[in-house]
Write a protein that binds this ligand. Structure first.
Ligand SMILES: Cc1cc2nc3c(=O)[nH]c(=O)nc-3n(C[C@H](O)[C@H](O)[C@H](O)COP(=O)(O)O)c2cc1C
Length: 265
């Protein structure tokens, strides 16, 4: 019984830890922060701020002297950690998220230095995840920021289009985000990794080929043992004939079950 309960909890946590969005933001004068929180209002995503270790610096003073120095340091040696300004520790587990939105300002036509630091350290952990950029600038375009993101997150699955919001448009950013999400198919991206779970399932049965939910349960997801979603349905059944043989976790609302898909069905 104990083992069954533990297994159930493990399966549920595998399932629940998938298909979530995290917004990472860095902001010096709060425009990117406003944009990031507007994204959260719309989608319910989790949010995490990136903060420089050194507080109180004025990156814009003396004709942007500090900002320019930080960007020059990165550009002169982008492969060395020492080139990136220190940031405060960030306490979030990227493995929990399937989509990561990066919100940051343009500095000297590139991604602001503190966000680059975070991505330099953690970009490799974002391989295979959906990545979208929301970039704030006074007037410059965002292609330099996109290049930085692709350099620092080489395995990222980037949205077809990123969002550029000029400083004066910040107050309209909610509308712009909504339009962007529709355009890039954000809700389809999310749906492709998570079914709509409706009504509690009373049971999950598996006959070696079909998974069927009992009661009025609808919406099921099948995960491999690495936690990857491999099959989903908004209905009450799914066929496993295209899955490789192996052990999988099936999740429905209120119920989960381990199944073994055999070869030569
Ligand atoms: C160091 C520094 C460099 C900047 N470089 C540019 C730039 O090259 N092009 C531009 O359009 N805006 C530039 N800006 C302006 C910011 O991108 C813009 O004000 C943005 O809205 C700030 O976002 P934030 O409030 O999230 O920090 C720069 C700002 C700073 C502080």
């Amino acid at each position: 019984m104990k083992r069954f309960t533990l297994m159930t909890v493990m399966l549920m946590s595998v399932a629940f830890s998938y298909a979530k969005t995290l917004v990472l933001y860095y902001s010096f004068t709060n425009n990117s922060q406003t944009i990031a929180y507007n994204f959260v209002d719309i989608t319910g995503a989790d949010i995490q701020e990136i903060e420089p270790s050194e507080e109180g610096l004025d990156y814009a003073a003396n004709n942007y002297a500090i900002g320019r120095r930080l960007m020059n340091a990165i550009n002169s040696n982008p492969n060395s950690e020492a080139s990136y300004p220190a940031i405060k520790d960030v306490n979030c587990n990227l493995a929990d998220y399937s989509t990561i939105i990066i919100a940051a300002p343009v500095w000297y036509a590139q991604m602001a230095a503190p966000m680059q630091t975070y991505l330099f350290k953690h970009g490799a952990e974002m391989a295979g995840k959906n990545i979208g950029l929301m970039v704030s600038s006074a007037s410059s375009g965002i292609s330099g920021v996109v290049s930085d993101a692709k350099r620092l997150v080489p395995g990222g699955n980037f949205f077809s289009e990123n969002l550029w919001i000029r400083s004066y448009q910040t107050s309209n950013s909610k509308n712009m985000i909504n339009n962007w999400l529709d355009k890039v198919g954000y809700y389809d991206i999310e749906a492709s990794v998570a079914p709509v779970f409706k009504d509690n399932a009373q049971s999950i049965t598996y006959n070696g080929s079909n998974i069927t939910l009992g009661g009025s349960g609808a919406g099921l997801a099948v995960y491999d043992m690495a936690g990857n979603l491999v099959l989903s349905s908004n209905g009450s059944s799914a066929n496993t004939d295209n899955l490789y043989p192996g052990v999988y976790a099936v999740r429905a609302k209120g119920f989960s079950k381990k199944i073994t898909v055999k070869a030569n069905k």
